[in-house]
Design a binder for this molecule. Structure first.
Ligand code: PEP
Ligand code: MG
Length: 566
């Protein structure tokens, strides 16, 4: 049994097809006719663009618009005037096209791979894909064809690039296993869109398997069973049926409203990290975006994104959501989210340190650039502003004052925006939870960030495994915080949502219904499951469960009790 990253749910049982990479080896040689070499490079680029457009078209049909956009992203990458200019400069200096291309791409790959952030590392994979594509054309070697794989195939590859996946026929490919890639890698995104079970990041996977051998891919648990015995095969065939039945069941909730069994309606939004995820939110039937984590726009690059760049990203999300709410959280850097070029000082206690709204209020120009970009995007949809890590009223007031300043500037410039844009806060610190009665009078809405709230309430770091036994939203102290926040919001007539991971926790859902939460914001893949969970409870039953649970005094008792009612 091999362990990897569970990247796309479901069970796949089939025969291995090893996807060997073609050799892109060449001997660098100096060139004298540099004009001819530049022409050869440009020709390869043109051919690459044509191929990629073709693959994007195929992918659009098999997987959808969003996946096709990944391929189109490759075209923008190779079309980048800076990249092309630098490559051609190297050729003018006497490099062959292959070496010039490789040198420039490798530089970007090194910069992108050096970060801790998965989304940025993903860009390195994209550059690698572009490099391999153009290099293959320069060398005249062809890429592997997956489109010919027979029915019941499990693809095993070092890395599954979007261009390789473009040819996948989802009736034939029953599983994907790779050596690299994380949950948000494009292989993972594609696998999920195609609903093919996938397990990624299994070391040396290419040497473990032989072509044609039977393998089981458990994409839900992140397990691969090589050479399964009869009992394992039987077990997983049953699991596969169970999974398919569950998926069919969930499909019944597609296109439906989110309502409890007693008829109360809820908003079911999605958490996203970039405008592309907005497509997933819509595809997965999300009713809006409850948290747009904007840090990702600042990562994977070497300088701050400009106001226009940010505006384009926010506007894109607003347009994709077609008038449904899009709550954009202002920059939440620091803590576990470092952005190297911003030069944040290393701190003893980064989670308690100079981060999020604290950093933004001290870096007004950076903050105002983002606020102006969000305000401009508000002319294109129901865009809302949310401040992270608020701990006191001054922060909310100062943030709102800056929003007003930006509005004034935009008005003076005659730029359109929504004058009545709601400005709310994340309630994710113990301080904000205790002050929720006061904050609710000046915030347009609350969104509970249970990921941080749990950490701050329990005084334990979200990533420290030594104290992870304390880190639970079912701690009575955390539940009291949540109840208090919701009650304060309800009393003051503002909507209260939850965008922390706990919003999708079936055990917590009856309590949230009982406390009066009005909006759940979850990952796009959890939408239908959460809608189903909510539909299961009447308000009265939820109240009974909440009353019992809140009388219990330890996490153990509460979690045991909630297991019995589920
Ligand atoms: C949270 O803290 O619950 C949250 C949603 O924000 P993040 O996970 O980005 O800190
Ligand atoms: Mg947080």
């Amino acid at each position: 049994m091999l362990n990897g990253i569970a990247a796309s749910d479901g069970i796949g049982i089939g025969k291995v097809l090893l996807i060997q990479e073609v050799s892109l080896a060449y001997t660098p040689h100096p060139v004298t006719d540099t004009d001819a070499e530049i022409a050869r490079f440009r020709e390869a680029v043109q051919a690459f663009i044509l191929n990629t457009e073709e693959q994007a078209r195929a992918l659009k049909e098999s997987a959808g618009e969003k996946e096709a956009e990944i391929m189109l992203g490759h075209i923008s990458m190779i079309n980048d005037p800076y990249l092309q200019g630098e490559i051609e400069k190297l050729i003018v200096g006497g490099s062959c096209a292959e070496a010039a291309l490789e040198a420039m791409c490798d530089m970007f790959i090194n910069v992108f791979s050096a970060t801790d952030d998965e989304v940025t590392r993903q860009r390195a994979a994209d550059v690698r894909d572009v490099k391999a594509g153009v290099l293959g054309l320069l060398l005249g070697v062809n890429e592997v064809k997956i489109s010919d794989a027979p029915k019941g195939t499990v693809l095993v590859a070092k890395e599954l690039t979007p261009s390789m996946t473009a040819g996948i026929n989802k009736d034939n490919i029953v599983g994907i296993i790779t050596e690299t890639g994380g949950k948000t890698s494009h292989s993972a995104i594609l696998a999920r869109a195609l609903e093919i079970p996938a397990v990624l990041s299994i070391p040396d996977v290419m040497t473990v398997f032989e072509n044609g051998e039977l393998v089981i891919v458990d994409g839900t648990e992140g397990l691969v069973i090589d050479r399964p015995n009869g009992a394992q095969e039987k077990h997983y065939r049953e699991e596969r049926e169970r999974f398919r039945a569950e998926r069919r069941l969930l499909d019944q909730y597609r296109g439906k409203k989110t309502v409890s069994a007693s008829g109360e309606e809820y908003e079911l939004f999605c958490n996203i990290g970039n405008p592309e995820n907005a497509v997933a939110a819509v595809e997965r039937d999300g009713e809006g975006v409850g948290l747009f984590r904007t840090e990702f726009l600042f990562m994977g690059r070497t300088a701050l994104p400009s106001e226009d760049e940010q505006f384009e990203a926010y506007k894109k999300a607003a347009i994709i959501l077609k008038g449904r709410p899009v709550i954009i959280r202002t920059l939440d850097i620091g803590g576990d989210k470092d952005i190297p070029y911003m030069g944040l000082e290393k701190e003893e206690n980064p989670f308690m340190g100079f981060r999020a709204i604290r950093y933004c209020l001290q870096n007004r120009e950076l903050f105002k650039t983002q606020l102006r970009a969000i305000l401009r995007a508000s002319a294109f949809g129901d865009v809302r502003i949310m401040f992270p890590l608020v701990t006191c009223l001054e922060e909310l007031r100062q943030g709102k004052a800056l929003v007003e300043e930006c509005k004034q500037e935009l008005r003076a410039d005659g730029v359109a925006f929504n004058e009545a844009i709601p400005v709310g806060i994340m309630v994710e610190t113990a301080a904000a939870a205790m002050l929720a009665d006061v904050l609710a009078k000046e915030a347009a809405f609350f969104s509970i960030g249970t990921n941080d709230l749990t950490g701050y309430t329990m005084s334990c770091d979200r990533g420290n495994s030594n104290v992870s036994y304390l880190y639970s939203v079912l701690q009575p102290s955390v539940l009291r915080m949540i109840r208090r926040i919701i009650r304060c919001g309800v009393k003051n007539g503002i909507p209260v949502g939850m965008c922390g991971e706990a919003a999708a926790d079936p055990a917590l859902i009856p309590l949230l219904i009982s406390f009066g939460l009005t909006e759940f914001s979850v990952s796009p893949t959890s939408v239908l499951r959460v809608r189903k969970c909510i539909a299961r409870w009447t308000k009265r039953e939820a109240d009974q469960v909440a009353e019992q649970a809140m009388e219990l005094v330890t996490m153990g008792e509460i979690s045991e009790y909630l297991k019995t009612v589920l």
